[in-house]
Design a protein around this ligand. Structure first.
Ligand SMILES: Cc1cc2nc3c(=O)[nH]c(=O)nc-3n(C[C@H](O)[C@H](O)[C@H](O)COP(=O)(O)OP(=O)(O)OC[C@H]3O[C@@H](n4cnc5c(N)ncnc54)[C@H](O)[C@@H]3O)c2cc1C
Length: 370
């Protein structure tokens, strides 16, 4: 039976790798033209109990530790007036509970561990039905088991559920400072080696050092779905967009607006959408979902970890029941629904804190309960 995986993101690749380790062939169809066709975004923290567990099952944990940045676990938490609430610096001998890794490096690690023919690049799925996949370039292919690992806007999901991602009431603008050590050593020192969070009332600024020397800056706003249209941020004019964003942070410590002013011309609007927490569907023998396609949650550190573990656990279930794939799918879904539901509830709670009045103090209490 042909196992077809739609999407060469972290979840789809983890599945393909675990199947490959178990001698099971699968085909991954990916809409991008090649592995380098699109920037893969910033750093991910990979947790010991989930993402790292998946990489262990995939036989890649040693190679992961070789590319992970333990010091990326550092955290600074501040208030808009500049008050430092928390500073956690990772000692050299600290356990690598949640080291940071560049998303592109992690994806390359998984891709390099698959045979070259496992991923068919340039295959954007348009439609799937009755064992047939139709792609945007007019080609088609048959499947026995179809796995939708195609992210937030999954084309596979409608085969299983009518649920759609909905706006959370939060919008994010992503910016970045390239080569920060050389261009702005003062800001490099301020942000430090890991994550830098400034939390205000319904508004936030976070900065994160990446492995390539870039600092990614995320500006969060508790605003409505149509806000990118009404905010007056001219996304097609980066310098004017930065000026408008600085206006929106009026009253914040000037060190924070200096971070925005130092950014380059990448200014990306990112509306934050999620699927309903605890989403399930009646199991079907020939189709399932993993990762964001199954349980899109706010970007607060769980999504990539869940996607990796989904892929690994589905691979192990299929390897354990090679003659009864529908039973394997059911077994995988039972565990995934429960685990992803719990992660979704926790992510929603963190998201609510991030956007609350007095978010800084509430986040401090989250990190240091009691
Ligand atoms: C700004 C931001 C920061 C984040 N930070 C973190 C973090 O620190 N830690 C964490 O755990 N999570 C984080 N996340 C969440 C994480 O990125 C996702 O949960 C994770 O990437 C999901 O993996 P996936 O494999 O399910 O989907 P994706 O990574 O979205 O991969 C889906 C793949 O499918 C392909 N595809 C889509 N449609 C089609 C189609 N029709 N045909 C063929 N191919 C298709 C896409 O091109 C893509 O390669 C963050 C998210 C954002 C937006």
């Amino acid at each position: 039976m042909t196992i077809s995986i739609i999407g060469a993101g972290l979840g789809g690749l983890a599945l393909a790798r675990v199947l490959h380790l178990n001698g099971i062939d699968a085909v991954v169809y990916e809409r991008e033209a090649s592995r380098g066709a699109r920037g893969q975004g910033g750093m991910l923290d990979v947790h010991s109990g989930t993402g790292q567990r998946a990489l262990r099952e995939a036989g890649l944990i040693d190679r992961f530790h070789a590319i992970a940045r333990r010091e990326g676990q550092d955290l600074r938490l501040l208030e808009p007036d500049g008050t430092l609430l928390l500073q956690e610096d990772t000692p050299d001998d600290a356990p690598a509970d949640r080291p940071e890794v560049d998303r592109a490096d992690l994806r390359d690690l998984l891709l390099d561990a698959l045979p070259g023919h496992a991923v068919r690049w340039g295959h954007a799925l348009e439609h799937a039905e009755d064992g047939l996949l139709r792609f945007a370039d007019g080609s088609s292919a048959s499947y026995g088991l179809l796995v939708g690992a195609d992210g937030a806007d999954s084309r596979v999901r409608p085969l299983l559920t009518d649920a759609r991602p909905a706006h959370t009431g939060q919008n994010v603008v992503e910016l970045g400072i390239p080569d920060v050590d050389r261009t702005r050593p003062d800001l490099a020192a301020m942000v430090g080696r890991g994550n830098y969070w400034v939390l205000g009332d319904g508004q936030s600024l976070s900065a994160q050092r990446n492995g390539d020397g870039r600092v990614r800056v995320y500006l969060g706003f508790r605003t409505a779905e149509d806000w990118f249209g009404t905010s007056g941020i001219p996304f097609d004019d980066p310098a004017a967009a930065r000026a408008r964003l600085i206006e929106l942070f009026a009253g914040w410590d000037p060190r924070f607006t200096a971070l925005i002013a130092a950014c380059d011309d990448t200014v990306l609007p990112r509306p934050i959408t999620t699927l309903p927490v605890g989403l399930t569907w009646p199991s079907r023998p020939d189709v399932t979902l993993l990762g964001d396609a199954a349980h899109l949650m706010p970007p607060v550190g769980q999504g990539a970890n869940m996607a990796l573990l989904d892929g690994a656990l589905l691979g192990l279930a299929l390897a354990a029941h090679p003659d009864d794939l529908p039973a394997a799918v059911k077994e995988y879904e039972r565990e995934m629904f429960e685990r992803a539901g719990a992660a979704g509830r926790q992510s929603a709670r963190v998201q609510e804190i991030l956007m609350a009045p007095d978010a800084g103090r509430r986040m401090l209490a989250f990190f240091q309960p009691g």
